[in-house]
Design a protein around this ligand. Structure first.
Ligand SMILES: [Ca+2]
Length: 299
């Protein structure tokens, strides 16, 4: 089987689903992770977490690059420590690069057009890469991302944190498959699932008990929502997800709607939906997805 080459662009360290997604990608035989880049706020701490995760997974061969912490316009604290970061374990980690944008551009531009970019955080890195190298849009195979909400009015974190970047990406012309809140909120782990992850993960997921425990010390009111792992699933499996091609734009100016992903197809009776290169996930078989996840990541 030809494995799909992917670069994962992640804000690992705050919500737990990024670590869960990377473990899933490493255990998916359909995928070859060729690099991980970090984005949003403290990209160095996030890169250290990613390096540690990969080392414990026995995959220190996968390069990690810190990217851009500041969104294009929104103001954030780029020194803020992610909740899963532990100074005594992650503080002295090295072995990562600092030029995520160049890594993305150089890797994609020297490829055969067979690289899929998988953003599971705000879209700052991807937008800056597209702006710096306009030819990138002709070379990327596709973007499969977690972000947005397309069939109801919910503001989604990744888009809201950097609406300008999201707009660049959605207007780039690169084929996009987006899993948004429409489907991801249905995919939630149970206590039994979390107990299994804490006790019987595969080697590729051996960092999970540690970061899950750190996360659970901060988040006590719910179990992990599988936003980002569902985006990983969407790269190789169309059976568990139903897609709709739609004319999606990102609102950057709205008084109440800045950062919303607006589905123009709904307004204009399908409008330019047929010409769009954007597909959004509309339905998911959540039970089957969680089973697939647990079967792959746990013993
Ligand atoms: Ca994320």
């Amino acid at each position: 089987m030809d494995r799909t080459k992917i670069i994962i662009d992640t804000d690992i360290g705050d919500d737990i689903d990024d670590a869960l997604a990377i473990a899933f990608a490493l255990e998916s035989p359909e995928l070859e992770v060729i690099g991980i880049t970090t984005v949003f706020k403290n990209v160095t701490a996030r890169a250290k977490l990613a390096v540690n995760l990969l080392r414990m997974a026995g995959r220190a061969d996968i390069p990690v690059f810190a990217g851009i912490g500041s969104p294009i316009l929104n103001k954030v604290d780029v020194k803020e420590i992610p909740n899963q970061y532990a100074e005594e374990k992650d503080g002295h980690v090295d072995g990562f690069g600092t030029k995520a944008i160049d890594f993305i551009i150089d890797t994609v531009m020297s490829s055969d057009g067979d690289i899929t970019i998988v953003p599971i955080g705000p879209l700052t890195n991807i937008a800056i890469a597209i702006l710096k190298e306009p030819e990138l849009k002709h070379k990327v195979k596709e973007i499969v991302m977690m972000g947005g909400c397309f069939y109801s009015h919910l503001s989604e974190w990744n888009i809201r944190c950097d609406p300008e970047a999201a707009r660049v990406v959605f207007e780039s012309g690169i084929p996009i498959k987006a899993v948004g809140l429409d489907v991801t909120v249905e995919c939630v782990l149970t206590k039994e699932d979390v107990d299994r992850l804490l006790t019987s993960p595969k080697k590729s997921a051996s960092y999970l008990p540690e970061v899950l425990t750190r996360w659970q010390q901060v988040v006590t009111d719910h179990y992990p929502m599988m936003h980002d792992p569902l985006a990983i699933c969407a790269i190789f499996d169309d059976n568990l997800l139903e897609w709709q091609q739609d004319d999606i734009v990102v609102e950057t100016q709205g008084e109440f709607t800045r950062g919303a992903t607006y589905n123009k197809s709904a307004l204009y009776w399908r409008g330019d939906a047929d010409k769009s290169v954007i597909r959004a996930a509309k339905k998911v078989d959540a039970e089957a997805f969680i089973k697939l996840y647990m079967d792959r990541v746990c013993l």
